[in-house]
Design a binder for this molecule. Structure first.
Ligand SMILES: [Zn+2]
Length: 385
C-alpha cells in the first residue's frame, strides 16, 4: 500500500473470505457445504454460510482488518468477498435454519400448507420437524419447497455479505462498500444484496467469438440495480483459460471492451490482473505484464485508454445511459423455472437419445428430415424416435 500511495494510486481492499485456509477446515470441518446427497462438497466459496463458527471466524478477520485500515486514507473502499455464488447446503444447521426461515415467512404450518399446495401428492405437514431440505433422500420433493430453499440459500449468502458490511461500517470512515458480482449469475439475488453496499461491481470475461449479448445483458442488469455508476472490478485483458477453447485477443479488443463497459454505464474499469500469476492456480491467464514482468500488448492499449480518459473522463463521468427498452428480470422467476423441472429438460433427453442413435448408426446414414420420416413411417425400417 505504501508503494501504491507513492505512485499516487488509491487502493481498494477486499475482505479475504472466499478461500478457506487448511487450518480452518481442519479445526472446523463443517464450514464446508454439504450437498443434496449429504456429502461434503468443498471448493472455493462453497461454504455453509450458516455455520456459526465460520461466521465467528469471519467476523474476527474482517473486524481486525477494518480496525487497522478503516480510517487509512490510502484505502478508498472495500469490496466484500469475491463473486459470491449460491451455495445450497444440506447440513443439519441449514435444516434448522430453513425451518426457522419458513416459520418467519409463513407464520403457521397451515399457511405454509396452503401456499405450497401440499395437499397434492400427499404432502401436508403436521409438525415443523417434518419439514426437511429438498435433499436426494426425500420420497417426494415439492416444487414450492425447492423454490423456497433456493430463496433461503440466496438469503444465506446475502446475510453473509450483510454481516461483513455492518462490521466495515462500524470501523471505517469515508470508504465505500461494494461487491464484485458475476453479473447475470442467477443464484444470488443481487436485487436484495444491493441494499447492503454503496455500489455494485461485476467481473467480465467476454468470449472473443461471442455475439456479446451475455456481457451486455450483465451490464444492463447491474446498471439497473442501483442509481449510481458501477465498476468493472475485473476486466479481462488477454488470453483466459476458462473455456474449451480460448482464442487470442486481437489488437484493440481490450480497449474496445473497456469502452463498451463505459458506454453501458460503468464509471470504473479495473483489469485483472497486473502481472500474470507465477504460481498455483490461474497461471495461464494473461496479466497486463507477462510472467517475467515484461509488458504485453495490452499494456500499451491500456496506457492509450488511460491517456484518452484523462482527456474525456470528466465529461464522461456524469453521463447516464438512457434505456429505450425495459426488461424485467426476476430471480424468483428464474428459480421457479428451476424448481419446476420435474424431469430433465426435454432438449437434453432428446439430445441424449440422439447421441446414442448417431453412435449406433452406420456412417453412411444421413440425418432424416421430417418429410422423409413421414414417408418411411410404419415401414419397419426407419424407426428413429
Ligand atoms: Zn449448511
Amino acid at each position: 500500500m505504501a508503494l501504491a500511495a507513492a505512485k499516487g494510486l488509491s487502493v481498494i481492499l477486499g475482505t479475504p473470505t472466499e478461500s478457506c485456509p487448511p487450518w480452518l477446515w481442519r479445526n472446523v470441518p463443517d464450514v464446508v457445504a454439504t450437498d443434496e446427497f449429504h456429502r461434503i462438497h468443498g471448493g472455493r466459496g462453497r461454504y455453509c454460510y450458516n455455520n456459526r463458527r465460520l461466521q465467528s471466524q469471519i467476523a474476527q478477520l474482517v473486524g481486525h482488518r477494518t480496525q487497522r485500515y478503516g480510517k487509512d486514507a490510502r484505502i478508498i473502499g472495500w469490496p466484500i468477498d469475491n463473486e459470491l455464488r449460491g451455495t445450497p447446503c444440506f447440513c443439519e444447521q441449514c435444516r434448522q435454519d430453513f425451518r426457522d426461515w419458513l416459520k418467519a415467512r409463513y407464520g403457521s404450518l397451515k399457511a405454509l400448507n396452503d401456499a405450497w399446495g401440499t395437499v397434492f401428492w400427499s404432502q401436508p405437514y403436521s409438525a415443523w420437524d417434518e419439514m426437511d431440505l429438498p435433499s436426494a433422500d426425500q420420497l417426494t420433493t415439492s416444487t414450492s419447497q425447492i423454490l423456497d430453499h433456493l430463496r433461503f440459500a440466496s438469503d444465506s449468502v446475502v446475510r453473509h455479505l450483510e454481516r461483513q458490511a455492518q462490521i466495515i461500517r462500524r470501523y471505517s470512515e469515508g470508504q465505500f462498500i461494494g461487491h464484485n458480482s458475476m453479473g447475470a449469475y442467477p443464484w444470488v439475488d443481487l436485487q436484495d444484496l444491493v441494499h447492503h453496499v454503496d455500489f455494485m461491481g461485476w467481473d467480465t470475461y467476454p468470449a472473443v467469438d461471442s455475439d456479446n449479448f451475455e456481457a451486455c445483458f450483465s451490464h444492463d442488469l447491474i446498471r439497473g440495480l442501483k442509481e449510481v455508476p458501477y465498476w468493472l472490478l475485473e476486466q479481462k485483458n488477454g488470453y483466459f483459460n476458462g473455456g474449451t477453447y480460448n482464442l487470442a485477443i486481437e489488437p484493440g479488443i481490450v480497449r474496445l471492451w473497456a469502452y463498451q463497459d463505459l458506454g453501458r454505464g460503468a464509471n470504473g474499469v479495473v483489469f485483472y490482473r497486473w502481472r500474470s500469476n507465477r504460481f498455483n492456480v490461474e497461471q495461464n491467464r494473461n496479466g497486463i505484464l507477462r510472467h517475467d514482468g515484461s509488458p504485453r500488448r495490452a499494456y500499451d492499449e491500456i496506457q492509450q485508454l488511460s491517456r484518452e480518459l484523462a482527456r474525456i473522463g470528466d465529461a464522461l463521468g456524469p453521463t447516464r445511459v438512457i434505456a429505450s427498452v425495459g426488461l424485467i428480470f426476476s430471480y424468483d422467476q428464474v428459480w421457479a423455472q428451476k424448481a419446476r423441472q420435474q424431469y430433465p429438460p426435454r432438449r437434453t433427453r432428446l439430445g441424449f437419445i440422439g447421441t446414442n442413435f448417431m453412435q449406433a448408426t452406420p456412417p453412411s446414414a444421413k440425418t432424416a428430415t421430417a418429410k422423409e420420416l413421414s414417408r418411411t413411417s410404419g415401414s419397419g425400417t426407419s424407426a428413429i424416435w
